[in-house]
Structure formats: structure tokens, C-alpha cells
Design a protein around this ligand. Structure first.
Ligand code: FAD
Length: 289
């Protein structure tokens, strides 16, 4: 334990169990810090910080990724740069591609996937929703695993996130019949957090009918969510001009972001709807040539 001059207290646990026990003991006055790239921004804005800091940086067993039991298992303390490097070398493209659009290389060397998720504002959350990801937390009674979708509804913040699980099928679906996309709507491609992010995953049968669809938005100040109505509207149908127009309208109705200093709510809705409809259209047109 280190004492800081303004009576902030720093704890550096070596294992997940130690970290989880510390958090339980110290309660709401304590905060987990992975790389601190998100938290530092918040503390600067608020000009305050929590009394107890539990640094997770020494917990090696939550770093790294592997294929396990049909899932890509990613330790919550895996750095975004490491994820990108490993996934690119193995040919899994969408997560690696998304990571290149997050912050700058220097930030990505430090920032973790766990911090991106637990910040609740990370651009990776909608993509992970589109990929049907699950997440695991360490609790008193052991590890508790749930879908990311159910967690974003509860927003339990005080537990230690240990792993992220992505069904391997989601990232290895045959390109001819499926497509996954990540599109960030922002002031620039990278280096700064997005204004919004829209992500999706589609598959079609041999007749061109959409048989699987996930569409998710998030990023910026908008809480991540799946666009269930739009998904339901499309599943089982073949894409044509009419349906694309309906997809566009449905996204505008379902995605209701707050305006922010850089973009109106209408602009964000239209940009998200255009991007998703264009992805769907090019996926279906390309595959029918
Ligand atoms: C210049 C700049 C640009 C950025 N651009 C982007 C961007 O384009 N897209 C984007 O998504 N983000 C961006 N960010 C935000 C941030 O870098 C990322 O979201 C990053 O992934 C956060 O990871 P971290 O390890 O730094 O999290 P931290 O700041 O350490 O933590 C973030 C939150 O998660 C909690 N937490 C962290 N790890 C755990 C855990 N294992 N279990 C439980 N709780 C945990 C913390 O308590 C905190 O609430 C940017 C930040 C900066 C400074």
C-alpha cells in the first residue's frame, strides 16, 4: 500500500482474488484502475478522485487471449494493442479493425478491454454486443458469467471483470455468407472517443434471406443497446430497396441519442441509419453477383 500526498491510498493486488476482496472491504470509496486512460479524463473533468485506488496492473493472469471451449477468451487486463496484434496475426479481422479506430497507438498500448467495457462508454461495447459476447466477474462465490447484453441492463459496477468471451463462430463465420461491421461516427476517425458507434453482424442463406442479424449502437454519451425492432423487421426477409428504406426509418425511430456539442441528435440518427443500411446493401448486393 502507498500513501499519496493528498491522502489518496493506492493498493496494488497481485491476484484477482486479492483485488476482489479489497474492493469488497473498501466498498464505494474504492475504484479499480486498469490503465487509467478513461478514469484520468473523468478525474480531470470532475477535479476529484476516489479515496482508495485499487490498481490492477500487476495481475498478470488477467492478461492475454486464447481460444478456449469454442470461445475467444480475453483477459480483462489485455491491452488493446496486444489484442490487435494477436488477432491480426491470426486473421480475425473485425475486432482488430475496430481497435485501430480507438484512440491513438500510445493510448492503445496501455488501455485495456476491461476498462473499455466497464467505462460503459467504450466503442467496443456495441461491437461486442453484435458478436454475442459474454463477460465474467469474480464474486464471493466464484466466477459469475453472463451475456454482455444482460449486464448493460443492470450496470453492476462494483465487481471485478475477469474475462470477455466471444463465440468463435461469431468472428470466424464464412465471409461468403456473413458480414460484421464496426463504424465510428466522430469528429475524426481516431484519437478521440466517438460521438456514436454502430456495429452489426448479418448472415444470409443461399437464397439471400437474412437469417441472423445483430445491430447495436453505443459510444459517445449514448448507452450501448441492441436495436431489436430493426433486427426483427429484417430477419427472414430478402434485402431490396423497400426493405433498406424501412431499415433506415426503423433505426431513426429506435436510436434516440442525446444531442451533444458537436452533433445534433438528428445528425447522429441519420449517420447511424445510413451506415447500417449501406453495410446491409453492399453485403447483399456483393453476394448476389
Ligand atoms: C485521448 C483519448 C482518446 C480516447 N479514445 C477512445 C476511443 O476512440 N474509443 C473508446 O472507446 N475509448 C477511448 N478512450 C477511452 C479509453 O482509453 C478506453 O475506453 C480504454 O479502453 C479504457 O481502458 P483503461 O484500462 O484505461 O480503463 P480505466 O480508465 O482504468 O477504467 C475505466 C473504468 O473501468 C473500470 N475497470 C477497469 N478495469 C476493470 C476490471 N477489470 N473490472 C472492473 N472494473 C474495471 C474502472 O474502475 C473505470 O470505471 C480514449 C481516451 C483518451 C485519453
Amino acid at each position: 500500500m502507498d500513501m499519496k500526498e493528498d491522502s489518496q491510498v493506492l493498493f496494488i493486488p497481485q491476484t484477482p482474488d486479492e483485488a476482489a476482496a479489497m474492493k469488497q472491504r473498501l466498498g464505494q470509496d474504492a475504484c479499480f484502475v486498469a490503465a487509467g486512460t478513461f478514469l484520468q479524463l473523468q478525474w480531470n473533468e470532475r477535479k476529484s478522485h476516489p479515496r482508495f485506488i485499487i490498481s490492477l496492473e500487476q495481475i498478470k493472469e488477467l492478461q492475454g487471449l486464447q481460444l478456449y471451449d469454442g470461445y475467444l477468451e480475453i483477459g480483462s487486463l489485455t491491452h488493446l494493442a496486444e489484442m490487435k496484434k494477436t488477432l491480426s496475426s491470426e486473421g480475425d479481422s473485425i475486432l482488430a479493425e475496430a481497435i485501430t479506430q480507438i484512440a491513438s497507438p500510445a493510448i492503445r498500448n496501455q488501455a485495456t478491454i476491461g476498462g473499455n467495457i466497464m467505462s460503459k462508454k467504450g466503442d467496443l461495447i456495441p461491437l461486442l454486443l453484435a458478436l454475442d459476447a459474454e463477460i465474467a466477474f469474480l464474486t464471493d462465490s466464484g466466477t459469475f458469467r453472463q451475456s454482455l447484453l444482460s449486464w448493460i441492463k443492470q450496470k453492476e459496477e462494483s465487481l471485478l471483470l475477469t474475462h470477455v468471451y466471444i463465440p468463435h463462430i461469431s468472428i470466424s463465420r464464412l465471409e461468403e455468407v456473413s458480414h460484421t461491421f464496426f463504424r465510428k461516427i466522430g469528429r475524426r476517425e481516431s484519437f478521440i472517443p466517438s460521438l456514436a458507434t454502430i456495429c452489426g453482424s448479418f448472415s444470409r442463406d443461399i437464397e439471400g434471406r437474412i437469417i441472423h442479424m445483430r445491430l447495436a449502437v453505443g459510444g459517445g454519451d449514448h448507452p450501448a443497446e441492441r436495436l431489436f425492432n430493426t433486427e426483427k423487421h429484417v430477419i427472414g426477409r430478402k434485402i431490396n430497396e423497400d426493405l433498406l428504406e424501412q431499415v433506415y426509418q426503423s433505426i431513426i425511430e429506435e436510436f434516440t441519442p442525446e444531442k451533444n456539442p458537436f452533433a445534433s441528435a438528428e445528425y447522429l440518427q441519420m449517420a447511424a441509419a445510413n451506415l447500417a443500411a449501406a453495410e446491409l446493401q453492399s453485403f447483399c448486393l456483393e453476394k448476389t453477383i
